[in-house]
Design a protein around this ligand. Structure first.
Ligand code: CA
Length: 706
């Protein structure tokens, strides 16, 4: 406290000496301002609102009594229809946000006037490596600079006033590997910290810290051991990887990269001076293939605590030892103090993919409690003595395939949760999605392709309408108000489908959440009563923020559907492709969105060519292992990326080859698949998609089926 006062006094003295007024703007965002972010609720200075990342806006002008008068203050149309996942940063009346393809905008936070735009011109070919859409989750602001992590690995510092590049550092250890970067950087003690993704395709995870002023690398921590034949990395993680992690790995684990990518949660604990990193899943997913089915595989699926200045290891907690289901622990982390059994405890809260809500003591990393917040079939609980899950052995799909919940999309994914210190509740966007896991026999790595080690056969989406509807109705989303002390829900709101937005809690006793159906809603934070809804005309997955300009409170959210679920689920209703928007609300706001047109879908477009059953079968296998991750399983597309069954390209062999084999549409992100497949193999994919188009045409001829 004394130190904070001294620095504040020095700053004040400085401004008096120069004759300037109180300093404001992005140039004054520094450690003191972010550490004390709660004292200036009119700003949203860092990704989670403050270093504790509670996503609680201590503003009550908009409240449970008057939220019905909330209306659109302004909106800005975006130039992309891909998913919008960013949390805007707001500093003294200026909003800094990102859109898909890592583009950055600075806006007047009261009017929406665009101050500047920055496009890093990401090579669209990198989109093929993006497991979960070409999204970006936002910027960091520090000392007059705005930091964006571009999909292609560049960490770029921009002048906050002009958007001009100040420095750019390539963070990928090997740009030929299928790494991607989608997360929001965090600035801690003058260092920009960032990780990356790619564990579905086969990479080795790490986080790196860069000097915020110069972009010079300060330290790097690899989350999993590398190839022992190559010796140590020469990084700060060397000793703990050799001593603690490597003994938990078996076989030729390094050949597939091993995984452990840290693509989202990076949280600074200013009270204890610790940095928490959420670590991702194994690569390939299948533990049997990755590590001979043996060992915990540290630090996969763990929360890692590091010293922020040096990256040195402090402690870890691993929720899913021997991860084999894509159960990342990259999900958002919230810091708080809770009174547990009569004692105040400094805790870290996380609800990762595996379906447990963890409360962990930040001093030392001991697990305090863990309870399931969603349907789980892989474990029956957590042993608090050992901190280990009590597993259901069959769920490891060793002898036979197993239907498991949660799915690789998680009982909770990256969508931010929030915590209200007033209600003591965590507002958690949860979901229920089952997955059939079956080990892939004869697994062979495909460099740069998807390498999961599980069998993804064609035919997972039933053509039978009754079966289709039965599965679709089992896919659910929920907003859960979770009591982290009692470890149980206080209230819940159900949604028709999964993949809804992040949450924001406010001092107006409100919780804001967008949903996949396009509603942006406000709930009573104590009771869950729905108080307000706005039709955003596109699904919302991002988390909202709140801020104030000249005494007026605003609520802002990035609208734009996309991300992993609509790309990879075959059970989404087809949607019209619509560009995203920045939506900002205030009391009495009167603006209207332009009226949305009714979606018109092209008819199914089967080719007239004759194909052999062998072609269709071969094409189905290739499609399931490659194409399905963007265009939807069994060619059932949500419309975020083109529905190939309705595509004019499908009817003509030469056009198909030009696009799929040669890469004629690479400027749109459709890379040349000649790297992996022969023209004959890709023609077989056309045969398979053609069959799917025929089935769709038959359904469309009888009913308005999907
Ligand atoms: Ca993953």
């Amino acid at each position: 406290m004394g130190r904070a006062y001294k620095v504040a006094a020095l700053l004040l003295a400085g401004s008096m000496l120069t004759g300037a007024g109180p300093r404001t703007g992005a140039g004054t965002v520094n450690a003191q301002r972010i550490v004390n972010a709660r004292s200036e609720p009119g700003n949203w200075l860092t990704h989670g609102g403050s270093y504790a990342e509670q996503r609680f806006a201590d503003l009550g002008q908009i409240n449970a009594g008057n939220v019905s008068q909330l209306g659109l203050a302004w909106s800005v149309d975006l130039d992309t229809s891909r998913g919008q996942e960013a949390t805007p940063i707001v500093v003294d009346g200026t909003m800094f946000t990102t859109t898909a393809w890592s583009k950055v905008m600075a806006l007047d936070a009261a009017t929406g006037r665009v101050k500047w735009r920055f496009d890093p011109q990401v090579d669209k070919a990198r989109g093929h490596s993006a497991c979960c859409d070409v999204v970006n989750r936002g910027v960091a602001v520090w000392n007059g600079m705005v930091y964006v992590a571009a999909l292609d690995g560049r960490l770029i510092a921009l002048d906050a006033d002009t958007g001009k590049v100040k420095w750019s550092s390539q963070t990928f250890i090997d740009t030929t590997k299928p790494y991607t970067m989608t997360g929001a950087p965090r600035v801690v003690k003058g260092l920009v910290i960032i990780g990356n993704g790619g564990a579905e395709l086969g990479v080795r995870g790490y986080v790196t810290a860069y000097d915020a002023a110069t972009g010079k690398k300060k330290w790097r921590f690899f989350t999993v051991p590398g190839d022992p034949a190559k010796g140590p990395d020469g990084e700060v993680s060397d000793s703990v990887l050799a001593g603690k992690a490597a003994p938990t790995w078996y076989g030729d684990y390094w050949k597939g990269g091993a995984g452990g990518t840290a693509w989202d949660a990076i949280v600074y604990d200013a009270e204890l001076d610790q940095l928490y990193i959420g670590v991702g899943n194994g690569s390939p997913w299948n533990h049997q293939i990755r590590s001979e089915g043996k060992g915990d595989n540290l630090f996969l699926s763990s929360v890692l605590a590091l010293k922020p200045d040096t990256g040195e290891y402090l402690w870890h907690y691993q929720g899913t030892p021997g991860e084999t289901w894509d159960y990342t622990a990259t999900q958002p982390i919230i810091l708080s103090s809770l009174v547990i059994d009569g004692k105040p405890r400094k805790v870290l809260m996380q609800a990762p993919k595996n379906g447990f809500f963890y409360v962990i003591d930040r001093q030392g990393g001991k697990l305090i409690s863990a309870k399931s917040f969603a349907t789980q079939t892989w474990a029956t609980g957590v042993d608090l003595k050992t901190g280990r899950p009590i597993e259901v052995p069959e769920a490891r799909y060793r002898a036979a395939g197993a239907l498991v919940m949660p799915s690789p999309l998680g009982a909770h994914n990256w969508q931010p949760m929030s915590f209200s210190p007033r209600t003591g509740l965590v507002y958690l966007p949860a979901q229920e999605i089952p997955q059939f896991y079956e080990a892939k026999t004869g697994f062979e790595r495909q460099e740069g392709g998807w390498n999961l080690g599980i069998s993804l056969a064609a035919g997972g989406v039933p053509d039978d309408r009754a079966q289709f509807k039965a599965i679709k109705s089992a896919l659910k989303g929920r907003l859960i108000a979770w009591d982290p002390v009692a470890q149980k829900p206080a209230w819940e709101v159900g949604y028709d489908g999964p993949w809804n937005g992040g949450t924001l809690a406010t001092a107006g006793n409100l919780v804001f959440q967008g949903n996949g159906g396009g509603g942006f809603q406000a709930f009573n934070a104590s009771t869950g009563a729905k108080l307000w809804n706005f039709d955003a005309q596109t699904g919302i997955i991002a988390g909202a923020v709140s801020y104030a300009v000249k005494g007026e409170q605003y609520v802002a959210v990035m609208a734009g559907y996309g991300g992993a679920y609509p790309l990879t689920s075959g059970f989404e209703d087809p949607r019209e492709v619509r560009n995203g928007r920045v939506l900002v609300f205030k009391l009495g706001g009167k603006r209207q969105l332009p009226r949305a047109t009714q979606p018109v879908f092209a008819a199914a477009n089967p080719p007239k060519d004759m194909f052999t059953p062998a072609q269709v079968t071969e094409g189905g296998t290739i499609y399931a292992g490659t194409c399905a991750f963007c265009h939807g399983p069994d060619a059932y597309s949500s419309g975020i990326l083109p529905d190939l069954r309705r595509s004019a390209v499908l009817t003509d062999a030469a056009t198909w080859k030009a696009v799929v084999h040669d890469g004629a549409l690479k400027a749109n992100g459709m890379v040349a698949f000649s790297r992996w497949y022969t023209p004959a193999q890709l023609e077989a994919v056309r045969a398979y998609v053609g069959e799917q188009a025929k089935k769709l045409a038959a359904r469309e001829a009888t009913t308005a089926g999907k």
